[in-house]
Design a binder for this molecule. Structure first.
Ligand code: DON
Length: 574
């Protein structure tokens, strides 16, 4: 080969000096003309590090920690505490969540800081519960034992470098000085949220100054929350689980008929779990194992897509049909078989095997929808939040954390200034009946003292076929989390979209029950819906948001970060 051609070839193979993860974007398709997220967002770029979260101020806190020598876990801890202040509908210290972490040395970890059922909880405790206070959604009885503070402390203990106090401090400052409510946050205070928050004087005092609905431009100061965070900064998680804050939580439980006791709080532990690893067309997908269904159900959906060979183009009815049938089958198994691994045995190897996916695919009629039973379902809340972090060494953290529904249980702990979760609703609260997200779940997810409720959160890290970090992602959205993440992964790997395109692209969702396709306003054309209807699909009446996928992509040019335009987050690179 002539020398100049050899040089040219070497140059092309080397890209710009960095390894090419193989995700060269080349998608040339189109979205429906009235789709609202076009042009797709341009990524933030980072030479060394990147944080993508649901609030620009929280991402800024994370990048500051990274610039000052913190690692991905330090940044994740600081971002999580900051989100508890600036994004109170989902960021939290009164909820729980999951971390998927991939260290630069190639090892992966999963931390489970999901809430647990209080010791006094019983399988039938919500059966026949009437009114807003006795149920699994609003008020003290809806709350599981919070896991977030323990989880953040545990990830910091194992992998953090920056002193704990310095990571909580930015959140204390934000709570004390106040944050300006932006348009996205203001929209969260809808009529239902206002009605629920107004049930509790402690919630009005903390979140609705003057009893008014917060408006964009208002400044929200959270002095009680600032004091609680300052105590956590000074004394670590013990003050929350055994000290003053524990006392405040239990006093609120007594006043409001809740079940969480001092012993429940003192006994709470975050748990390291084996990450759920699977592959998609040679790429390695590192996901969250039970008690989240995120990893298992994502694996099942992706395996079915892989078994079907090269995918039809994005936007084709043939692709939607395959995706919906894959989702239907993944969710059917989820709802029946999955639960807390400390309480139930689960056939995880079988559910996530390629052979099982191939068998499921054989049951798909390429021309017709498969039936599953119908139940009602509510809108997606805004009350989970996902953020992705990559640091200068290549350590990567995917964190999803939640209060469950709209401002959790809507109950703020008196004097402590933070919302309690309503995560108990993620259990099978009434056998055969749908939960908040329309999921009809089984015995494996029945309530038991100390048990963790099944989740759909899917913090996910994808490695390229050579095992190099490629993607850090995840989403809120209840069951729609899994569908949103699956579509973003497939948009990148199968459809060769840019990161902005992959995230902005219209999404669909199916969860077996109700037997209906969920879609986004403007995301499907009338023609697409007519063809799908002729195949036997029914649509959920009103279009909805499907997910909010805050993602970091490793490219030959450096790190790209895109905050999903659906929710007003922010990506910050360094
Ligand atoms: O753990 C779960 O699956 C649910 N509690 C998540 C709820 C959720 O994502 C609400 N978000 N928008």
């Amino acid at each position: 080969m002539p020398r100049n051609r050899a040089l040219l070839l070497a140059f092309l193979l080397a890209g710009c000096g960095a390894p090419d993860a193989g995700l060269t974007a080349s998608w040339t398709g189109a979205w429906p003309s009235d789709w609202r997220y076009q042009p797709p967002p341009a990524p933030a770029l980072g030479r060394y590090a990147m944080v993508v979260s649901d609030h620009p101020a929280a991402s800024a806190v994370g990048v500051r920690v990274l610039r000052q020598g913190g690692d991905a876990i330090d940044a994740a801890v600081a971002v999580a505490f900051a989100l508890a202040v600036v994004h109170p509908q989902a960021g939290n210290i009164g909820g729980g969540g999951f971390l998927v972490y991939r260290a630069a040395d190639g090892r992966s970890y999963a931390l489970d800081f999901r809430e647990t059922a209080p010791a006094a909880a019983r399988p039938d405790m919500y059966v026949g519960a009437a009114g807003p206070f006795g149920g699994s959604v609003t008020g003290a009885r809806a709350a599981g034992v919070p896991g977030s503070v323990a989880g953040l402390a545990e990830m910091h203990r194992r992998f953090g470098r920056v002193p704990w106090r310095d990571l909580v401090a930015p959140a204390v400052a934000l709570a004390d000085s106040g944050v300006v409510v932006d348009a996205h946050r203001a929209r969260a205070y809808n009529d239902t949220v206002m009605r629920r928050l107004r049930l509790f004087p402690t919630s009005v005092a903390a979140l609705l100054p003057g009893g008014r609905r917060p408006q964009a431009g208002d400044t929200l100061r959270q002095r009680d929350l600032g004091r609680t965070l300052a105590a956590i900064a000074d004394s670590g998680p013990d003050v929350f689980y055994r000290g003053r804050v524990a006392g405040q939580i239990v006093a609120q439980m007594r006043a409001s008929g809740g079940l969480v006791s001092l012993a429940d709080l003192a006994g709470y532990h975050a748990r390291w779990r084996e990450p759920l690893e699977t592959t998609y067309r040679g790429w390695r997908v590192v996901g969250m194992p039970p008690p989240s269904s995120g990893g298992v159900t994502l694996a099942e959906i992706l395996n079915i897509l892989e078994a079907s060979g090269p995918l039809p183009p994005y936007g084709s009815v043939a692709l939607m049909h395959l995706e919906i049938e894959a989702m239907r089958r993944g969710f059917t198994d989820r709802n029946v078989a999955l639960g807390d691994p400390d309480f139930v045995a689960m056939p995880l190897a079988r559910l996530t095997s390629k052979a099982y996916a191939a068998a499921l695919l054989r049951g798909v009629d390429l021309n017709r929808a498969s039936p599953s039973a119908a139940v009602p379902v509510r809108d997606e809340g805004q009350h989970t939040t996902h953020f992705s972090v990559v640091d200068a060494e290549g350590n990567a953290a995917a964190v999803t954390t939640t209060l469950n529904d709209d401002f959790g249980s809507a109950l703020v702990v008196g004097g402590a200034g933070f919302l309690l979760n309503d995560e108990m609703d993620d259990f099978t609260t009434r056998p055969g009946a749908p939960n908040l997200y329309g999921l009809v779940q089984g015995e494996a997810n029945a309530i038991a003292p100390g048990k963790r409720m099944l989740s759909a959160m899917a913090p996910t890290i994808v490695l390229d076929p050579a095992g190099r970090l490629a993607l850090v992602t995840g989403s809120p959205g209840g069951p729609r989390i899994i569908s949103a993440v699956a579509q973003v992964v497939s948009n990148l790997i199968d459809q060769r979209m840019t990161l902005g395109e992959a995230i902005a692209a219209p999404r669909i969702h199916h969860q077996a029950q109700p037997d209906a396709v969920f879609w986004e306003r403007g995301g499907l054309t009338g023609d697409q819906r007519r063809v799908l209807a002729a195949m036997g699909y029914r649509f959920r009446g009103r279009p909805i948001f499907i997910g909010d996928v805050n993602t970091v992509l490793v490219t030959p040019r450096g790190l790209e970060g895109v905050a999903d335009p659906r929710r007003g987050g922010g990506a910050a690179g360094w």
